[in-house]
Structure formats: structure tokens, C-alpha cells
Design a protein around this ligand. Structure first.
Ligand SMILES: NC(=O)C1=CN([C@@H]2O[C@H](COP(=O)(O)OP(=O)(O)OC[C@H]3O[C@@H](n4cnc5c(N)ncnc54)[C@H](OP(=O)(O)O)[C@@H]3O)[C@@H](O)[C@H]2O)[C@H](O)CC1
Ligand code: K
Length: 585
């Protein structure tokens, strides 16, 4: 599990470390430079950029890195890691880096990193977008032979030309201190660079975002204005929500998290002269917000602990029975896909309830399914069931009536003796239009952006599909608070919002955007909820964790089935067992 820390939490974590003299900026800059050197050193010298007109020749750098300490005179240089790993020893002389430098410490990181690059013989130009710049960083950069250019003194097209002619561009305009869309002149420069990058396609230089892509919403993942897409984001200390959440996460490229000594800090730091042990417990460092504000990413290693794997003592009823109310005679496929997802995810048993002809098709595809009512430990409600319109009355083969009955069990509206205790449910597609009561957190809504917009509108919110796609975390949280249910908002990055915080999962390849994939996901999640039914009802935060796990498995199954090409929803279900075996292995 990777926790993302808010900008406030980052600051709270930094303060005691900086006060204790821990050289955070030097560490950040060193790691950033190593990431750039790895990338540039990996490229054959011949493929490097040519020098554009008007760009000064690099000044020779006399200082070498030695031993395990960088001896480049940067303040606060400390034993961070072996000075050069094999992949950064390559000859990078003459390679060209363009730094976009803002007025704060994000710019400072970038300048210190630029000094490392200049000392390795790269030709490095820093474009300062503000009259202010990090003084020590600027001094170190110039002392290392870097070339400084103020944006006020050149035309934006010239900077764009320099970028095009570079091997690597570093975006150090703003970091966790950013507020809102990039303001002029940074905004205008980035807008021009974005256009140039789009026009250049693969010929655009490798772009590295420093800590975060400048211009994203650090804590909420919104993209209020121009943002230069990065190939890699080198982020310091902890992930930020904006690196996990859509749409901002789409601009970050590969995210490299650099440990610069945040939690459980225990370093021997030579910078302060005498060796000084600085130990700060995790309590001082971990994010203060462990409640609904927390944003996390579930990782493969987390799934095994959550998955209801059977033991020798289990039988099909103890493993969890999933009840599926899905599909109609008009849309029978969803019933096959949802039951297939549930069976392939390892349900003890899957019951299907629906029109007889649909049940027949389900059995043809999945003979393991029991087409009859009976006790279940979790429901999957709604895939392939059309929206319910009381005026028109149900014309869906009785599926709405079945869903309403099941929802009563989920919400506990029926008396205990009728329901035999409440149970978790996946509420998808048409079932989302049948919610009459506040729901418990063990009910998981699985809308896409359009369905969530309709649900929110029904709750009195002004939100259309575009608004939901622009602020998915906000609207998923709003729906969770308004309904009480856990909300799984499907998308290229799927966001789950529940009582214990939010998850942002980016496991699925773009090919997964195909009809029926959501039906399979509903089935997978139904099996997880059924297998942990009592736990889910007892721990209101568990449904969101299981939902994130289901999304991770579904995404990896899609990637496996896709093998880089188109994927059919039923193939995703077919790939699930192998993914689970891999994760539990
Ligand atoms: N996380 C760590 O352990 C470390 C982080 N470090 C780096 O420091 C930055 C945070 O630095 P900070 O100085 O607090 O702020 P920024 O550099 O991110 O930006 C502040 C300046 O940017 C201007 N700004 C803010 N929003 C905008 C905008 N929308 N458009 C244009 N300019 C903007 C702001 O201007 P004001 O007028 O508002 O003052 C500031 O001047 C962090 O991200 C890391 O990179 C350290 O290296 C230590 C380790
Ligand atoms: K940045």
C-alpha cells in the first residue's frame, strides 16, 4: 500500500527534519540528477540533441564525484547512496538539459540537480521564470558551469526551441507549494511547450517533473490549466494525491518515489560536522490524516492479505455464495459476464436470479452457476439491468423487483428474521437508479462517470459527466457522504471512496475500456465481498479495500488477457485465476 501525503503533511514532515539539519534538498536534488543521468546515459551519444543556435557551449566541469559522497561542494551533501550506480556512469558529456525553474524550493531542487548534471559535462541551461530564484541553488548551478537565462529576457518561442533541441527537460516550476492553475509567465510558457510537445510527438525530449508535474492539483488531482506531461516524475519523501488521482495522474508518467528520510528517520549525517544521529519516530512523520482524507494506492503485495483464499476446512458455503441479479432477455450478456467474473474469482457458489432464458444462457457459459434462489453472502445487483423509471414501470423481466428485494436485505430495511442479517452488495448500472434508502458502507456502488453524474443529480448536485471526470475524487467522496455507500468510480484510473479513505488504482491498460469489462469487475468484487461477508459488515473500511483489490486484480487480468492488444471482457474473466494465483503465490 502506498499512502499519498497532502501538501500540509509534507510540510509537517519536513519541518523537524530541516530544523535538525537534515539536507533534504541536497538529497532530493541528488536523486533527481541520478534519475536524469540514468536516462541520458542509456542513450547512444549519437542520438543526442544538436546544439541550437544561440545556446552557449558548456563550460568544462572540473569536479568529479568520488567515493560514496558527492564532493561537488553542494551544501548539505551527505551519504545518500553510492555516488554512481553503473547505469549513471555512462558518458553524458555534451548532452543537453533544459531546466524550467520556478521561484521556490522546487526550483531549488532543480538548480542543485542541474549543478550535478553540469559537473558531469552536460550542457545545462536554466530558464528562470520569476525574478526570484533559490539563491544557494542558483549559486551552485552557476559555479558548476550552468547557463542561466531569465524568461523575461527571451521570447517564449526561443525557449520552446531550446526545449526541442534538448535531450532532457526538467519541470521545476512549482511543487507542493502550487496553488491553482499556473500563473503567467509560467502558464504561457507551459502552454507553448505543451503545444510543441504535441506537435513533436516521440521526438520531444525526455521530460522529468520535479516532485510533481507543475500545475496539477497536488492534493486533489485536478488539472486547472496547462500542464507539461512528464515521462517521469521524481517525487520526494512521499507520494502526493495528485500523482495517484485522475486526471492529474495522467500527466505524471512513471512516478519514482525517492526516500529522503521521512518516516522513521534515522540517519548518520556528516553534514552537520560531527556525526549526528537524528531519529524521529514514525509517529512524527506519518500523515496525520488516516481518516477519510487519506488517498492510497493498493499494490499487488497487499492483495494476498485481503483475498479469502480457502483452507482445507472450507466448503462452498463457507467460502461465500454470491447472488447475481443481472441481465435481461434484451441484454443477457451482462449476466454471463458478471457470473463469469464471480466464478473465476473463486466464489464458493454463484446463484443467478433472472429471466429463464437468461438463466439458460448463463448455464451454457458457466455450468457451475446455480440458477435458483437461496441463501447468499453477497449480492451483485444491476449489470445489464436498465435504469428504473417508476412512471414507465419495469419492463425488464422482473429484474427491478428482484433488485429492490435484494436491496432491502442489504440495507436491512426488512426485519432481521427475513434477511438473516445484512450483507454486502455490489450495486451497478440499473440498480444505481433503484436506491431508496441510505446505504451502509458495505454496499459498493460501481458507476462510471456518467452514471455517477446522474446519481448525484438525483441527489440535488449540479454535476455532469465532464464535471465528474474533472474532479473524480471530489465527486466520489460526495456520493459516499450523500449515500453512505462505498463508491467505486470506474475510469482509466479507478477511484474508490469510503469511510477509511480513498484509493486510486491505475492497473488496467486502456484496452480495458470495452463493453462488459465492468460486468466482470462487479462479479469479481461480489466474490470478494461474499468471501469476507461478516468482516465487511463488521469493519466499515473493509469494503473499500476489497473494492480496490478487485480493481487491481481486474486490471491485471485485463493486462494479461490483452497482451498489448484488444481484449474481450470474457477473456478478462478467464485471466483472473492466474492473476490471483500469482498474487497469492
Ligand atoms: N518534500 C520534500 O521532502 C522536499 C521538498 N522540497 C521541494 O520544495 C518544494 C516545495 O517548495 P516551496 O518553496 O514550498 O513551493 P514551490 O517551489 O512548490 O512553489 C512555490 C512558489 O511557486 C509559486 N506558485 C505557487 N502556485 C503557483 C502557480 N499556480 N503559478 C505560478 N507560480 C505559483 C509561488 O508564488 P507565490 O506568489 O504564491 O509565492 C511560490 O513562489 C517541493 O515540491 C520540493 O520540490 C525541498 O527540496 C525539500 C525536500
Ligand atoms: K514541478
Amino acid at each position: 500500500m502506498k499512502d499519498a501525503w497532502s501538501s500540509d503533511e509534507i510540510r509537517k514532515a519536513e519541518e523537524p527534519l530541516i530544523a535538525a539539519g537534515v539536507p533534504l534538498m541536497a538529497r532530493a536534488a541528488y536523486a533527481l540528477a541520478q534519475a536524469v543521468l540514468r536516462e541520458v546515459a542509456a542513450r547512444p551519444a549519437g542520438s543526442r540533441a544538436t546544439r541550437p543556435a544561440g545556446r552557449p557551449a558548456p563550460r568544462p566541469s572540473g569536479v568529479r564525484l568520488r567515493g560514496s559522497l558527492s564532493s561537488d561542494g553542494l551544501p548539505g551533501t551527505a551519504r545518500v547512496r553510492p555516488a554512481r550506480s553503473a547505469e549513471t556512469r555512462g558518458d553524458v558529456r555534451g548532452a543537453r538539459a533544459l531546466l524550467l525553474v520556478g521561484p521556490g524550493n522546487n526550483g531549488g531542487d532543480t538548480l542543485y540537480a542541474g549543478a550535478h548534471l553540469a559537473r558531469r559535462g552536460m550542457s545545462v541551461t536554466a530558464v528562470l521564470v520569476s525574478a526570484r530564484a533559490h539563491e544557494e541553488g542558483l549559486a551552485a548551478f552557476e559555479a558548476a558551469g550552468g547557463h542561466v537565462q531569465r524568461l523575461a529576457d527571451v521570447r517564449v518561442p526561443t525557449v520552446v526551441q531550446w526545449a526541442r533541441a534538448s535531450d532532457v527537460v526538467l519541470d521545476g516550476l512549482v511543487g507542493v507549494g502550487a496553488r491553482g492553475a499556473l500563473r503567467p509567465p509560467a502558464g504561457g510558457l507551459v502552454r507553448a511547450l505543451v503545444e510543441a510537445r504535441e506537435a513533436a510527438g516521440r521526438r520531444w525530449p525526455y521530460t522529468v517533473a520535479v516532485d510533481i508535474p507543475s500545475g496539477i492539483g497536488v492534493d486533489d488531482g485536478v488539472v486547472p490549466g496547462p500542464v507539461l506531461t512528464a515521462d517521469r516524475t521524481v517525487t520526494f519523501g512521499a507520494l502526493k494525491p495528485g500523482l495517484l488521482l485522475p486526471p492529474a495522474a495522467g500527466f505524471a508518467g512513471t512516478v519514482e518515489l525517492v526516500d529522503i528520510g521521512f518516516p522513521d528517520v534515522s540517519v548518520t549525517d556528516h553534514w552537520a560536522g560531527a556525526a549526528q544521529r537524528v531519529t524521529l519516530g514514525r509517529h512524527a512523520m506519518t500523515g496525520t490524516d488516516t481518516g477519510p482524507g487519506r488517498v492510497r494506492r493498493m499494490e499487488p503485495a497487499d492483495v494476498a492479505a485481503l483475498w479469502p483464499a480457502p483452507t482445507a476446512r472450507d466448503h462452498k458455503y463457507t467460502r461465500g455464495v454470491v447472488g447475481v441479479i443481472a441481465g435481461t432477455s434484451t441484454y443477457p450478456g451482462a449476466a454471463v459476464l458478471a457470473t463469469s467474473g464471480a466464478v473465476r474469482a473463486g466464489a464458493g457458489m454463484v446463484r443467478y436470479l433472472g429471466p429463464e432464458d437468461v438463466g439458460t444462457r448463463v448455464l451454457l457459459a458457466r455450468p457451475e452457476v446455480v440458477v435458483a434462489g437461496g441463501r447468499v453472502q453477497a449480492w451483485v445487483l444491476g449489470p445489464g439491468v436498465p435504469a428504473y423509471d417508476p412512471e414507465e414501470g419495469p419492463d425488464d423481466d422482473g429484474q427491478a423487483r428482484r433488485v429492490f428485494g435484494a436491496l432491502a436485505a442489504v440495507t436491512g430495511v426488512l426485519s432481521e428474521d427475513v434477511t438473516g442479517g445484512r450483507m454486502p452488495a455490489v450495486i451497478d448500472a440499473g440498480a444505481l437508479t433503484m436506491l431508496e434508502h441510505r446505504l451502509p458502507a458495505w454496499a459498493v456502488l460501481t458507476p462510471h462517470a456518467g452514471e455517477l453524474a446522474e446519481l448525484l443529480q438525483g441527489l440535488g448536485h449540479e454535476a455532469d459527466r465532464a464535471a465528474v471526470e474533472a474532479r473524480p475524487l471530489h465527486w466520489a467522496r460526495t456520493a459516499h457522504q450523500a449515500t453512505g455507500a462505498t463508491v467505486l468510480l470506474k475510469g482509466a484510473v479507478t477511484v474508490v471512496a469510503g469511510p477509511g479513505g480513498a484509493y486510486a488504482q491505475a492497473d488496467a491498460p486502456p484496452w480495458t475500456a470495452t463493453a462488459g469489462a465492468g460486468d466482470v469487475l462487479a462479479g469479481i468484487l461480489g466474490t470478494l465481498l461474499a468471501g469476507r461477508s461478516a468482516d465487511v459488515v463488521a469493519d466499515e473500511t473493509l469494503a473499500a479495500r476489497l473494492a480496490a483489490a478487485a480493481v487491481l486484480v481486474h486490471g491485471r487480468a485485463a493486462a494479461r488477457a490483452s497482451a498489448g492488444g484488444p481484449v474481450a471482457a470474457l477473456e478478462i474473466a478467464r485471466a483472473v485465476p492466474a492473476v490471483i494465483a500469482e498474487l497469492l503465490g
